[in-house]
Design a protein around this ligand. Structure first.
Ligand SMILES: Cc1ncc(COP(=O)(O)O)c(C=O)c1O
Length: 337
């Protein structure tokens, strides 16, 4: 039986072209800024996303946490949307590294209300002062949902009025761009820093980039080194990242179409799926016992993640065959009995 892995878009393996590029990559010591392949990747990302500089790091967790370190000081609060990866899935790094605490704002479908954000900003002797506002696009736990550009701008305007920086966790920024039909740089516009991941839907085996203004670059490189992200001959990884960045975005539309097809099929089988949330490459379904359902499906050769007691997530990606949904749905039907 062919195993169909819908757990995450992080499970993709490097393509043959990526492996060839990795094997032949020109390298040097990146901590000395002497790795030509990393330098090319950083220059391309900065150019594509409209920033002065990009800094290559091993993971999206590191780019997010370095951004927190660069923007905040200990004891401050960071305004985050409920369910944000930067708080939920970056094992307490916010508290342990930057020493900041989250101030949550509600965000239906990942979209916060700018007035709630304005109200969450603190600057009084009675509360922890706000140091940063962080958005996420696409918003993972909301369903892989897209934050519209106007909604981003409204929050950026609130931040500007308060003199606060705004960071975007754009781990799946290109999924948002493809869904919106715009260039990546339009999604990245107006933020002080943006994190993008090459190792999700874009297909690289490793790597994220933090997009920064020139004046933050040396501090960001220092924090990267402090967290263990000085990777020396990292060009062997960046070579795959270059292919991911150049060719990955165009392939995302297929993942999105596959997610829509899957969502429709699950609804036809009687599963509870909020179709409004199916905007990119994720499908969340409500089930009575998520762990049990995931285990039963795994036994039928379909891998998914339980992301709550009664919530499971399917993610589509480039390593799933074109007929993955057609093949998966009868197995789901079988498990539903
Ligand atoms: C929205 C979001 N941000 C950040 C990350 C962190 O990326 P990494 O796994 O490379 O640390 C993830 C990972 O899945 C994510 O979904």
């Amino acid at each position: 039986m062919r195993v169909l892995d819908f757990r995450s878009d992080t499970v993709t393996r490097p393509s043959p072209a990526m492996r060839r590029a990795m094997a032949g990559a020109e390298v040097g010591d990146d901590v000395y800024r002497e790795d030509p392949t990393v330098n090319r990747l950083e220059a391309l990302a900065a150019e594509m996303l409209g920033f002065d500089r990009a800094v290559y790091m091993p993971s999206g967790t590191m780019t997010n946490q370095v951004a927190l370190l660069a923007h905040t000081r200990r004891g401050q609060e960071v305004i985050v949307t409920r369910g944000a990866h930067i708080y939920e899935f970056e094992p307490g790094a916010m508290a342990n590294l930057a020493g900041v605490s989250p101030r949550f704002v509600s965000a239906p479908y990942g979209v916060p209300d700018p007035e709630e954000v304005r109200f969450a900003i603190h600057d009084s002797p009675h509360q922890a002062p706000t140091g940063l506002i962080a958005l996420e696009n696409t918003h993972n736990t909301a369903g892989g949902t897209v934050v519209p550009l106007e909604a981003q701008r409204a929050v950026q305007e609130v931040a500007r009025e308060a003199g606060l920086p705004v960071h975007l966790d754009g781990a799946r920024l290109f999924n948002a761009a493809v869904a919106l039909g715009v260039e990546g740089r339009e999604v990245a516009a107006g933020f002080d820093t943006v994190s993008i991941c090459l190792s999700k839907g874009l297909g690289a085996p490793v790597g994220s980039l933090l997009l920064v203004p020139a004046e933050l670059e040396s501090e960001v490189r220092r924090y990267r080194k402090m967290l263990g992200g000085g990777m020396r001959q990292a060009g062997v990884l960046a070579a795959a990242g270059l292919i991911a960045l150049q060719e990955g975005p165009a392939a995302l539309a297929r993942d999105h179409a596959m997610a829509r097809e899957l969502a429709g099929g699950l609804v036809d089988l009687g599963l509870d799926v909020d179709l409004r949330s199916v905007q990119t490459n994720m499908v969340f379904a409500a089930v009575p016992d998520a762990r049990r359902f995931a285990a039963d499906l795994a036994a039928a050769g379909v891998l998914i993640n339980a992301l709550g007691p009664a919530r499971v997530r399917f993610v589509t990606h480039r390593d799933l065959p074109d007929d993955a949904v057609t093949e998966a749905l009868p197995r789901v039907e079988h498990v539903l009995g």
